[in-house]
Each structure stands twice: as C-alpha cells, then as structure tokens.
Design a protein around this ligand. Sequence first.
Ligand code: ATP
Length: 292
Amino acid sequence: MADVIAVRALVKKYGPLTAVDGINFNIAEGCCFGLLGPNGAGKTTTIEMLEGIIKPTSGHISLFGQTATKALYRRVGIQFQHTALPDYLSVAEILRLFASFYEQPTAIADLIALCSLGEFIGQDARKLSGGQRQRMLLALALINDPDLLFLDEPTTGLDPQARRNFWDLIGSIKAQGRTIVLTTHYMDEAQILCDEIAILDQGEIVARGAPTDLLAEHFRGVLVQIPSENLAGKRLDMAFVARPDWIEIRTEQVDSTLQQLMAQGIPLAGMQVKSANLDDLFLKLTGHALRG
Ligand code: ATP
C-alpha cells in the first residue's frame, strides 16, 4: 500500500531545547497510526509539523508521495485539542458555517449520522458535554472529506463511556479507508485503535510497529498473580516473586502452571492472569513509567 506520510530525519528545536530529535517513520494508506508518549515527549510538536502548522528545523516530510505543499493540505482534516468556536451558534449552524468554507463539503446529514450528532444538533455548542463536543469537533475535521485525518488527544478528559463511544466512531471512520494519525496518552486506546504506533520519549522514537508485534517481541508469557492468603500454611514448589499482597509467577505455559498449582493444593480464588501492555513496554524501554 502507498505511504500517505513519510518522515525523514525530522528535527524541531526551540532555542537550546530539541523537542523532536531526528525521527523517521512511514504511514501507509488506511492505517491508524498512534504517536504515544508522556507529557513533553514531542507528540504535539511532531503532529504540528505534519499538519503544516509549524516548520521543522530540519528534515523532510512527504504527504501522499510528494513534498508537503499547501495544496496537499486540502486532503487533510484536523481535530485540534483546543478549537475556538463562534459564540451563540448551534451545532447545526457551526457545521453549516464550516461547510461554507469548502467547495465540496461532506453532506451535513452524513456527518450528523456518522458522528451521532442528532440528539444535540440544535443545541448551543457552548453547552455540550465533553463527549458531545469531541464528536462535533470530529465532524468539523471531516467536513472537507479528508483522506488523512489528524486527531490530537481526542479523548483526553472524557469519561470512560464517552471514550468508548469515541473509539467506536473512530472505528467507523477507519472503515471508510481514511488514514488516521492519533496522539494519545492512553495506551489502552492505542492498543485498541492503532494498526501501528511510534512511542516517543524525549523527542526520539523508542519503539515503532504494530502493538501486538511490539509486545510479542519484548515480552514472553504472562504473569499469574495469586493472593498471598491463598498460600497460608502451604509450600509452593515453583519459582515466584513475593509482592506485598500477592505472589507472581511468570509463565509461558499457563495451562500447566495452573494444573501444578492445583496439584499442590493452592486455591486459585482471586487469581489474575496478566499479559504485558504498552505501559509495561514503555517502562521496559525507557526505565520510567508513562504516567508520573
Ligand atoms: P503533551 O502530552 O504534554 O502535550 P507532547 O508530547 O505533545 O506533550 P510537546 O508539546 O511536543 O510534547 O513538547 C515537547 C517539548 O517541546 C516540551 O519540552 C515543550 O516544553 C517544548 N515546546 C513545545 N512547544 C514549544 C514552544 N512553542 N516553545 C518552546 N518550547 C516548546
């Protein structure tokens, strides 16, 4: 599949600070690509260079196979973290206003259906809930029927249900074949939505690939956690690590580990089996946790 974005040796310096330090990646057509990393890692700086909002200090960005030019940005939609909207307008009026900026806007009825705006379409846009506002901003980002869509931390501050609704919506947009570039702090979000991710730390990419491939490459097996009280008065004959409230057994053969535990008379009540996730990967690669 053709690359929609190709980034080579991209650098952004702010005075003495190197916010983005020579990164490289490609994003294939139809891919949902996640840029992940802690606060200050360089995600927004990177995405703003891709969006043409700020100029790189050095390096090269190509869009749709060509050096990025203004004309190419007609094929791009952007959902910003913060968007100033005109006061006193309803959602419908804002959609109509934004549609008037384009020669061939997406049909407003289609956007209302796709982004489930129907129940609050007549409402003053200042009075929307966080989730409703994000759905409206996404509809605005789609108004020029873009082939490439940028979403900058689209679910930050939403409650869990609103986040899940938003994930469904992004799934529908992906199914339309659009390419999506997403920044997020939420690793679960990236694992669910992204075909490929790049993890940024201090302006550098520390890991890049499909989430499942990255996890398989860096972690073997699962962790079985058993409450410590289950071992009271018993002797466990296998390797384990004692934590304050539970013991941990690392294994690549869960079935046989559980059979051995039962054979040794260890109750399994309260047991948890955990696979490594992207938070664990970040910790392993950088030595510090993603969230402070
Ligand atoms: P967050 O998740 O908090 O939004 P981020 O990963 O998006 O963080 P950036 O906003 O890209 O990180 O910032 C990367 C670094 O560049 C930070 O150290 C930040 O303070 C710095 N920086 C960003 N914009 C500017 C600017 N306009 N002038 C000076 N320094 C900046």
